[in-house]
Design a protein around this ligand. Structure first.
Ligand code: HEM
Ligand SMILES: *[C@@H]1O[C@H](CO)[C@@H](O)[C@H](O)[C@H]1NC(C)=O
Ligand SMILES: *[C@@H]1O[C@H](CO)[C@@H](O)[C@H](O)[C@H]1NC(C)=O
Ligand SMILES: *[C@@H]1O[C@H](CO)[C@@H](O)[C@H](O)[C@H]1NC(C)=O
Ligand SMILES: *[C@@H]1O[C@H](CO)[C@@H](O)[C@H](O)[C@H]1NC(C)=O
Length: 593
């Protein structure tokens, strides 16, 4: 009897013990290398599917002959980056040889795009392939599936059972002490372009959750100009000559007000109706830099409509509108590759937008925005301590929600001021202004909610060697030691914080991982646009040779200067002579936190 009781008492403990050692989901160890797929088999087994990875073995870790050759010959990304950002004379010689020009650009485009699965694979609710995951475009896709819910730690098996306190993390490592200017000379014209351009496809639908998007076009569709729904678009249109509605203030064309365009826009409650300007994206009224770009694209759309109407007087309003939209999409992609990415990369190799380069490659003309891309693009360190417009300094409180600035100073002055003010360095840490630090806190929290895999897993996916220590990540010892204490292990380090805390390249805006992870998403999104496909990329799509030429010769400078009376200084970097002036301003103690 006593013995039976003893056994009864012990039984649950035995079970517990057994459960403890057998219940760990083997996929939590990320056993499958080289993009092999981990599948649970039986109660506690797993299998790696190595199909078409070029590797075999239980964990897809044994290379086939060709994979070893390829691995041996492949130069490291940091070496390639060094070559691309140095030796100007070498690149000057190559630029003269069109065959090499084109082959290099083709290689850049295919090597980068091939890293992005297309059609898309996982999403935040489906860590295996499924029709729902493919077909429901309200989800952001996921490059890597979520960390299984039954893993011992939030990032798998490494690190502690709890991740570091987010607020503490942000304040210790991300909060700006003193403005750190971007060594590449990036200006606010660039920063607001980045924000304006990306918000057409990065629009988290927080009502549904951080894994969902409101931007169903999943790419460059200019929904931030034309509205995300047909209803919104129709409100914004003049229905005459293909044009958008506008208003004239002091002789210049600006966005219409919501009295004329009854659509939902987010504005401070106190602002009267006639001062609320209407734009495709409902939040763009709140930041003068976004209003500026919205106005530029509005003027550009109507300018292009006039040109098209001149060539095709018989065309309907609808055809003029639709054709102008395709032209503006083309202009956007051209400007992003040849002005924006060119500046950002710091490459001496001159990049070109030429869709024909991909016509003989296996390339899918489709795109799905990944949640990792959304997180990666939180470039809030770009924002300065205050905004200097025509010599007048605006702190955040007077800049944000200030709907008057644009109308008061005009487009030219705003472009010139933003082009001359230096932006902050994105990588390296400790460079986010306290007013927008909550956004970074938010993105880290969302990363946890979404159970993003740890940073090193993403390093591996993009063909990079996983970091072995925090010192290797940050390139120093002090921050590294603090991070190690908080995370316990480098394989538990989170995606977004690691991108910002990685050591930047020398004299560059950020480090290796931001480049190697950002570029594939970006180039796939740009070249995957339907206008880049063989059936679209021809003059008739853009209303004939004139329209096609507008696309093929678009620049940031033309976007501004063809739409203002007097052409201001406009670029994505500060001019060399005011470079030091803006730096000095930022160094003054009064503007320090
Ligand atoms: C003063 C300027 C800025 C302010 C006040 C601001 C503020 C915000 C806020 C409040 C959010 C929403 C965060 C959330 O609800 O979780 C956000 C999201 C975001 N911001 Fe900024 N931001 C600024 C500048 C920028 C810049 C220059 C970029 C450059 C790319 C940027 C990129 C993003 C991205 C990618 C998101 C995520 C969008 C989404 O998924 O919906 N922001 N920002
Ligand atoms: C496969 O990976 C698991 C988990 O990381 C490891 O324990 C095992 O030794 C590996 N097996 C082989 C054959 O490499
Ligand atoms: C190579 O590319 C550069 C930059 O686009 C261009 O200026 C140059 O004319 C090209 N060279 C040839 C021979 O096509
Ligand atoms: C997509 O998935 C979400 C979440 O399950 C659901 O609410 C929504 O209705 C789905 N959308 C469509 C078009 O089925
Ligand atoms: C800024 O100052 C540095 C020296 O402090 C000088 O080398 C540089 O030419 C100046 N102007 C720039 C980068 O525009």
């Amino acid at each position: 009897m006593e013995a039976a009781k003893m056994i009864l008492l012990l039984v649950p403990f035995c079970f517990l013990k057994v459960a403890d050692t057998t219940a760990i989901n083997p996929c939590c160890y990320y056993p499958c290398q080289n993009k092999g797929v981990c599948v649970n088999v039986g109660k506690d087994g797993y299998e790696c599917d190595c199909t078409r990875t070029g590797y075999y073995g239980v964990n897809c870790s044994i290379p086939s002959f060709w994979s070893s050759v390829h691995k041996f010959l492949k130069p490291s990304p940091s070496f390639v980056h060094h070559i691309l950002t140095h030796y100007q004379w070498f690149w000057d010689i190559l630029a003269g040889i069109s065959f090499i020009n084109d082959s290099l650009m083709r290689y850049v485009l295919t090597a980068r795009s091939n890293l992005i699965p297309s059609p898309p694979t996982y999403n935040s609710d489906y860590n295996y392939l499924s029709w729902e995951g493919y077909a429901n475009v309200s989800y952001f896709t996921r490059l890597l599936p979520p960390v299984p819910k039954d893993c011992p730690t939030p990032t798998g098996t490494q690190g502690y059972t709890e991740l570091p306190d987010v607020k503490q993390l942000a304040e210790k490592f991300l909060l700006r002490r003193k403005f750190i200017p971007d060594p590449q000379g990036t200006n606010l014209m660039f920063a607001f372009f980045a924000q304006h351009f990306t918000h057409q496809f990065l629009r988290t639908d927080f009502d549904r959750g951080p894994g969902f998007t409101k931007a169903l076009g999943h790419g460059v569709d200019l929904s931030h100009v034309y509205g995300g729904s047909l209803e919104r678009q129709h409100h914004l249109r003049l229905f005459k000559d293909g044009k958008l509605k506008y208003q004239v203030v002091n002789g210049d064309v600006f966005l219409p007000s919501v009295t004329d365009v009854p659509i939902k826009m987010k504005y401070p409650h106190t602002l009267p109706e006639e001062k609320r300007l209407a734009i495709g994206h409902d939040l763009f009224g709140l930041i003068p830099g976004l209003m500026m770009y919205a106005t530029l694209w509005l003027r550009e759309h109507n300018r292009v409509c006039d040109i098209l109407k001149g060539e095709h007087p018989t065309w309907s309003d609808e055809q003029l509108f639709q054709t102008a939209r395709l032209i503006l999409i083309g202009e956007t992609i051209k400007i992003v590759i040849e002005d924006y990415v060119q500046h950002l990369s710091g490459y001496n190799f001159k990049m070109t937008f030429n869709p024909e380069l991909l016509f003989h490659e296996h390339f899918q003309y489709r795109n799905r925005i990944a949640v990792e891309f959304d997180h990666l693009y939180h470039w809030h360190p770009l924002m300065p301590n205050s905004f200097i417009i025509k010599g007048q300094e605006f702190p955040y409180e007077e800049f944000l929600f200030n709907t008057e600035i644009l109308l008061n100073v005009g487009l030219e002055a705003l472009v010139e001021s933003f082009s001359k003010q230096r932006a902050g360095r994105i990588g390296g840490g400790k460079n986010i202004h306290e007013n927008i630090l909550p956004v970074s806190i938010g993105v880290i929290e969302h990363g946890r909610q979404l159970r993003l895999q740890p940073f090193n897993q993403y390093r591996k996916w993009f063909g990079l060697t996983p970091y072995k220590s925090f010192q290797e990540l940050t390139g120093e010892t002090e921050v590294a030691a603090q991070l190690e204490k908080l995370y316990g292990h480098i394989d538990a380090m989170e995606f977004f914080p690691a991108l910002l805390l990685e050591a930047p390249y020398e004299n560059a805006i950020f480090g290796e991982s931001m480049v190697e992870m950002g570029a594939p998403f970006s180039l796939k999104g740009l070249m995957g646009n339907p206008i880049c496909s063989p059936d679209y990329w021809k003059p008739s799509t853009f209303g004939g040779k004139t329209g096609f030429d507008i696309v093929k010769t678009a620049t940031l400078e033309k976007l501004v200067c063809l739409n203002v009376k007097k052409c201001p200084y406009v670029a994505f970097h500060v001019p060399h002579d005011v470079d030091n002036e803006s730096e000095r301003r930022e160094r003054e103690p009064s503007t320090e936190l």
